[in-house]
Design a protein around this ligand. Structure first.
Ligand code: PLP
Length: 386
């Protein structure tokens, strides 16, 4: 059976070209880059190249920091906890503003800080899955240390109004962090155009290797590392650097940016083809405006069909989709983000996410349309509620 992968918001295939570029760094060009011998020192130029690719990929200034982490979760934890140490515990602030759409690596970190006495405001979502920038303006007070709002949502694909959020934070002189894990490789991310203080990304979401990510810190902002130990990354993140993966992440970032036009046109066209076919069924809703979503994602609720049943049916036919974020895939609770959009409980339980990539083909989509329609018809026939 030809398997079809439509779960690219959970993780992506490593681009074979990325894998080829990484391979020599396992058994030929190996060493610890901190070592003062040729094995270690030979790694400095490829590491510099990878970092340059990352700086260019998000248009960062040389004076700013890009710190290599193990994943997006580490990046989000590092930034929010650093603000806690610097601006809250050792400063005069005590408030964080975030949204109800955030990934658990932000939401649970904020909830943890609430238990330490920090006040957290969670901005609500409208029916389109977005925040209202005016709510942000009202939420910020003189005690606000940080605004943390994601660039694009992992489940609905909804893109948040980054420019407006950034402008408000600048006007009010508040630090701004964005979790851009689902934005890189899907839409243009340029932090000169949209000033941001902290920024998180993760290579496995843009056809790079798993287990490596990065965080960006604007020049001059005080940062306390999450990990203490060696002096890697200018003393901002201890631990021996994973050189093969750093090299892979650099080239994956470059390739992802080169493919943005393809993402905007071809991936968008294929996603819309699938979406239009699904919309031709009765009693389905797609969450989030098409115009304001990343090009690869659709989240559909289908009346009378349990998301998990549909997922199994698709899986039986070789198609991989998701009922929500992979981190919550085994949790049958209606997804918090979908509920925050005001989708009623019945429909929230029927949601299924399909996320494409530049490796998705027309044939994949045609097959998915046929299998999807048949599955919905069959499941509705045996449904006791439809
Ligand atoms: N933020 C968002 C929006 C995500 O979608 C994910 C992963 O799904 C993460 C953060 C966590 O990234 P990682 O899996 O690299 O820890």
């Amino acid at each position: 059976m030809n398997r079809i992968y439509l779960d690219n918001n959970a993780t992506t295939i490593v681009d074979p070209k990325v894998k080829d570029i990484m391979t020599p760094f396992f058994c030929q060009q190996y060493g610890n880059p901190e070592s003062l011998h040729s094995f270690g020192m030979q790694l400095h130029p490829p590491m510099r190249k990878a970092l340059d690719q990352l700086y260019a990929g998000i248009n960062a200034n040389d004076e700013d920091d890009i710190i290599i982490t193990s994943c997006g979760t580490e990046g989000n934890n590092s930034i929010i906890k650093s603000v806690y140490f610097n601006q809250i515990l050792n400063g005069d602030k005590n408030h964080i503003v975030t949204s109800l759409a955030e990934h658990p690596s932000v939401a649970k970190t904020c909830a943890f800080l609430e238990k330490q006495g920090v006040e957290v405001t969670y901005l609500s979502l409208d029916k389109k899955g977005c925040i209202n920038p005016q709510d942000l303006e009202y939420a910020i007070t003189e005690h606000t240390a940080l605004v943390s709002i994601m660039w694009a949502n992992n489940e609905t694909g909804v893109i948040f109004p980054m420019k407006e959020v950034s402008d408000i934070c600048r006007q009010k002189n508040v630090l701004f962090h964005t979790d851009a894990v689902q934005a890189i490789g899907k839409i243009k991310v340029d932090i000169q155009k949209i000033p941001i203080d902290f920024f998180t990304f993760s290579a496995h979401k843009f056809h790079g290797p798993p287990g490596i990510g990065g965080l960006y810190i604007r020049n001059g902002i005080k940062f306390s590392p999450l990990f203490h130990g060696g002096e890697q990354m200018n003393d901002k993140r201890a631990g021996t650097i994973n050189v093969p993966s750093l090299v892979g992440m650099g080239v994956a970032m470059e390739m992802a940016n080169d493919a943005l036009e393809y993402e905007k046109t071809e991936v968008y066209r294929l996603r819309n083809k699938l979406e239009d076919a699904i919309l031709s069924l009765d009693d389905v809703i797609i969450l989030g405006d098409r115009k304001y979503r990343v090009p690869n994602t659709l989240f559909v609720s289908i009346k009378g069909v349990e998301g998990e049943s549909l997922l199994w049916d698709l899986n039986k036919n070789g198609i991989a989709a998701s009922t929500g974020s992979a981190c919550a895939a085994e949790d049958l609770q209606a997804d918090a983000v979908i509920e925050a959009m005001g989708v009623n409980d019945d429909l929230a339980h029927t949601g299924i996410r399909m996320s494409l990539s530049r490796f998705t083909t027309e044939e994949d989509i045609d097959t998915t349309i046929t299998v999807f329609k048949n599955a919905v018809e069959r499941l509705r026939k045996i449904s006791t509620v439809y």
